[in-house]
Write a protein that binds this ligand. Structure first.
Ligand code: IFM
Length: 472
């Protein structure tokens, strides 16, 4: 009898397998065919913002290698592919008429996927805000939400009927809190008042975009992708429990509650009360807009979190947790929470714990506390220490075992009654990992930077088999 970690499992018929990418991380060609600058161009070109000063100027060269990458996807055999549309290619300044040449790239992408029998899953915003909109205040200004809805309508009018799933935003937590609070992402501000206002305007942008997409393309399925994670206290101490609850409020409930319960969580509003502009930007009627009915929820999951109150690092060490050196972090300092590592757990190249049970737990919580909507795992994967062997091959057993363990967790959640409809590996290609530049590799396909040569990793062939068998 095979044990639980190796028994064969089959996913429901019609389960959508896929891989995921994002425009700025793979496309390159940042000035081609009328594309305007985005906040990530500005940020990555600012000294000290990214590892080694890496930028997305060339990235994987996907913009020029579109046909080759479409053929790679066909070879992989997965029935879905998630990509993002670069807003500054469609509207170079963030407003006004469509830049037809930029749009044509996505017409070719979507058409090329359809020709190969692959369902396109399009994300409208994966962090590349047109720079002129940031110059006018960015996501801490309400106007950006209105502009986003216009852009969403233009994209849906042009591509709507061929796109299987529309995702309005990818990980609005990162746009708001990494971008405006922590400063680790573009535009690089460290201002919790702006981060709070950005949270609201991102959610408002999503809520305004949902009907705009449906008006342009009535048969569209529309959803949003959140980066969610279980956050647990390292000990039973009340201070650690309170820290975990605050961190959960910021990371999970701040997004799930307005989307599915029609209100921001009171404890979180209380915590951020007094910030300027903060949540004072919320206007009557906004929560109804944000709660617009959607067709699915996208979930990105990599790792759970364990925390203690910041003054309890010593106690956490004594309880056996690994506590790194203190690093300045305005969000965690404000939340009085400190992330610690559970010693027995392996970590990926990102330093993120591998704990797949966290994914099953998260999915069951969403089903139980928030919604029975279909869920797609729109990202999951691992950065590992890959290298090209002298024989020219890339063996990546840690990535394979990471993905396998997480697929088993997804399957457990399905057995527990969660309606999971699909799973997208992050990522098809090694790519520009934001502030980490090219030093972190998540791909099923190795990319030689900057020549752009692609080498299928062992995980590529392994995932082909998973897709073909619809299981493990
Ligand atoms: O590369 C990112 C992606 O853009 C968003 N989700 C997390 C990935 C890994 O950090």
């Amino acid at each position: 009898m095979p044990d639980a970690a190796s028994r064969p499992i089959t996913f429901p018929a019609g389960f959508t397998w896929g891989t995921a990418t994002a425009a700025y991380q793979i496309e390159g060609a940042v000035s081609a065919e009328g594309r305007g600058p985005s906040i990530w161009d500005t940020f990555s070109h600012s000294a000290g913002r990214t590892r080694n000063g890496d930028t997305g100027d060339i990235a994987t060269g996907h913009y020029r290698r579109l046909e080759e990458d479409l053929d790679l996807l066909a070879e992989l055999g997965a029935p879905g592919y998630r990509f993002s549309i670069a807003w500054p290619r469609i509207q170079p300044t963030g407003k006004g008429p469509v830049n037809v040449e930029g749009l044509d790239f996505y017409r070719r992408l979507v058409g090329g996927l359809r020709q190969r029998g692959i369902a396109p899953v399009a994300t409208l915003y994966h962090w590349d805000l047109p720079q002129p909109l940031e110059d006018a205040g960015g996501w801490s200004e309400r106007d950006t939400a209105e502009r986003f809805a216009e852009y969403a309508a233009l994209a849906a009018e042009a591509l709507g009927d061929d796109v299987a799933l529309w995702i309005t935003l990818n990980e609005p937590w990162c746009s708001a809190w990494a971008g405006y609070g922590e400063g680790s992402h573009a535009p690089g501000d460290r201002n919790l008042g702006r981060a709070s206002a950005a949270t609201h305007h991102l959610l408002l942008a999503h809520g305004l975009a949902v009907p705009a997409i449906r008006a342009a393309s009535p048969a569209s399925a529309v959803g949003i992708t959140l980066n969610l994670t279980p956050i647990t206290p390292a000990t039973d101490h009340p201070a650690d429990k309170a820290a975990a609850s605050r961190a959960d409020g910021n990371q999970n409930r701040l997004f799930l509650d307005p989307l599915f319960k029609g209100a921001y969580p009171e404890d979180v509003l209380d915590h951020y009360a007094g910030l300027s502009p903060g949540f004072s930007v919320v206007r009557p009627g906004d929560l109804e807009v944000i709660g617009a009915a959607i067709d699915f929820l996208g979930v990105n999951f990599y790792s759970p979190q364990t925390v203690v109150a910041r003054g309890r690092a010593e106690e956490a060490r004594r309880a056996g947790f690994n506590v790194g050196p203190p690093r300045p972090n305005p969000i965690a300092e404000d939340l009085d929470s400190l992330a610690v590592l559970t010693p027995a757990r392996p970590v990926t190249q990102m330093g993120w714990e591998v704990a797949p049970d966290g994914l099953a737990e998260l999915l069951v919580r969403i089903r139980h506390d928030y919604s029975a909507l279909p869920i797609y795992i729109t990202e999951n994967g691992a950065a590992t220490e890959d290298y090209v062997d002298p024989d020219g091959r890339v063996h990546d057993p840690e990535r394979i075992s990471y993905i396998e363990a997480h697929l088993r967790a997804v399957h457990r959640a399905i057995e527990a009654g969660v309606d999971v409809r699909g799973y997208f590996v992050w990522s098809l290609l090694d790519n520009f990992e934001w502030a980490q530049g090219y030093a972190r590799r998540f791909g099923l396909v190795w990319v030689d930077f900057p020549s752009g040569e692609r080498i299928r990793k062992e995980s590529f062939a392994w995932y082909q088999q998973v897709v073909a068998r619809n299981g493990l």
